[in-house]
Design a protein around this ligand. Sequence first.
Ligand SMILES: [Fe+2]
Length: 325
Amino acid sequence: MKIVLVLLIFSQMASADLMIYTDRVTARLQPIADQFTALTGEKVQILELAYPQIKERLIEEKENSPADLVFVKDLIYLNEMTKLNWFQKFNSDIITSSVPENLRQSNNLWTAISMRARILIYNSSLVNPAEIENYQDLAEDKWAGRICLRSGTHPYNQALVSSFVANYGADRTQKMLTAILANLAAEPLSGDSAVINAVATGQCDVGIVNHYYLAPLVDANPAFIVKPLFLNQKTTGVHVNGSGMGIYRYSKQNKLATQFLELMMTDEAQLTFSKAHYDYPVKLGLSPSSMINQWGPFKADTMSWEKLGDYFEQALKIISDVQYR
Ligand SMILES: [Fe+2]
């Protein structure tokens, strides 16, 4: 009787689904989920919610949550969930040998899945790209009335400012940001696409956006007037951020969830997924298969994403102090 019961429990566990909570687009993850099912026989369920809703749900569900994996689009979110103690360790040589150390949590609580660069964009009829090399150049007087930025309340810019604090210290960052804000052509805009539009129409000469907002526009029209420039190539490298995945603290499917993480690291999954987003694969030695490959390799800031999280509170304070709304 006991044996039957144990077998029953094991068979139930074996047929249990793998549940992924994500703020990423389900349709882009589905092909990899389908491949996982084909390989393992395990069904994958994807629950797509904005990050604040994922948080709300996990706070409510705690150990009763069906979540096995959490997949979010920003290093700020990954670090916040780490602080909340919401991840359990994975143990995988495949992951540690595939992903650069600075893009993984040091205790194997999460790993990056895809990467993006926060680049300078410029109107090629108004700006000579030789005019600028570094983020900090935007603080110079010559850029007065020429810059457009997205709001400082958005995680993309909060992560960028965290990287400034990490690289230059709080005082320099505060001065630099004050000067950059004084050079704005317009109040901070609502989104990266709005920044591209403002640069395209000449409302401003330059802006800062995630590269994948520009990529599809250039893909559709190679003569698009807005061009990309990777900053800090002779110094720290351009600021990079990205999506990452970890196993939810209360998941009982560590082995299966680890297998899913490993599947995300195959060349095929890395290229398929990064192509769907015009993102960069994080796997060592892989180049993107989409149009962005034409933009060539670039030097990325090697500061670890985990360490950047340590500068987040300071960044928020500076953003608030300089009234970067
Ligand atoms: Fe985005």
